[in-house]
Design a protein around this ligand. Sequence first.
Ligand code: PM9
Length: 470
Amino acid sequence: MTHPNPKTMGQQFGRRSWAEPWKIKMVEPLRVITRAERERALQDAGYNTFLLKSDDVYIDLLTDSGTNAMSDRQWAGMMLGDEAYAGSRNFYHLEDAMRKYYGYKHLVPTHQGRGAEHILSKVAIKDGQYVGGNMYFTTTRLHQELAGGTFVDVIIDEAHDPANLHPFKGNVDLNKVQKLIDEVGAQNIAYISLAATVNMAGGQPVSMANARALRELCSQHGIRVFLDATRAVENAFFIQEREADYQNKSLAEILHEFCSYTDGATMSAKKDSLANIGGWLALNDDVLFEEASNMVVVYEGLHTYGGMAGRDMEALAIGIVESVQDDHMRARIGQVRYLGELLTDWEIPIVRPVGGHAIFLDARAFYPHIPQDDFPAQTLAAELYLDSGIRSMERGIVSAGRNAKTGDHNRPKLELTRLTIPRRVYTQAHMDVVAESVKAVYDQRAKTRGLKMVFEPKYLRFFQARFERL
Ligand code: PM9
């Protein structure tokens, strides 16, 4: 009798699976409340998943922000926190890690990403200037507007189409940048805001060639480029996978080159960097850095902690190193893809190609009978919670807010509900449960009605708005 050879067994079955490059040392119990309890919780939360209590949630796919599982190394690093007010050793570890992997000259620590956006907007935007960007992000655009800037979308058209299979749907359309320069003049453009794996487009990457070409165009006109590096390592993965000449380069090498085409970066370290809190602003320009490090003491904390505890800076410094490991990222994006493939097999409309950090359900295609002003993506998030206790988030008309000048709703082409996957937290079995719940909600879609907004806060309304059923 011949025994199967474990090395070739997978091939024999025609499959080779990926697996997470870690094992689980500590677990956090999950609880599912009943459907009647979920109904009540949802009503109490005004049909806004941000207003649910986390104890009432089963699988939490609200965000990948600060929800990562830290490694044993990171937890060990927490014990090495130097909680000195000034000059904490952990700050220097963080500075070293940022310089080594992201390659910028100066580091300004902040409590999280929007702290960095606030400071960058204040030091780099003059009242009345324009900021071009590859699709808006909620907090980024708000800080640009509060600093007196006007955001102009310069992403390629393909990004606004959920079904378009362009491999780099996050790319900047250089013709749109040139048009902006021709219309307003280079001196009236504060900078171009380049986001890696564009969140609102579905976690879609930017190619290296596009970043390089943008740098060239902007240099010709003396315009700065600032990177939103929040998910730049995930972006590096797609470059390695899809762009010629990068297959044999490490993620760390790709990340370094990508950042080199920009003048600085804002970072929400709660995503790629596998931390639960933290952020930074990086700058190459000495004068801008001096202004920013003066500003940080006003809004965040001293320039060697910026609102973070020493232990958080240590966890973050270690997280940066872990985040650029190729096997980590393969498993991270592999898990997102696994869920995407299940849903695609079941013909559920999602944004494709599947991006880095989440599956985005196409709520327009899901609920063609619900007009955008009745909030289809918000409705879908509510229905999913009701079905199974899974928490997702709206990324459509509610997130897009109102036009700063006219006060009307911004009506984005993309009306999406995001299933965001925290890093190293859930297993493939959880993904199966999620897919099955989405399918159950999809099968009930014809009966579903929209929502009306009954409370609307002034800023970033998606966080706190309240709704009622129509
Ligand atoms: N992103 C997210 O869930 C958390 C807040 S919005 C729901 O996707 C980018 C690309 C982000 C981001 C946050 C920030 C702000 C900047 N850029 O949340 O302030 O995705 O750390 O970062 C969230 P902070």
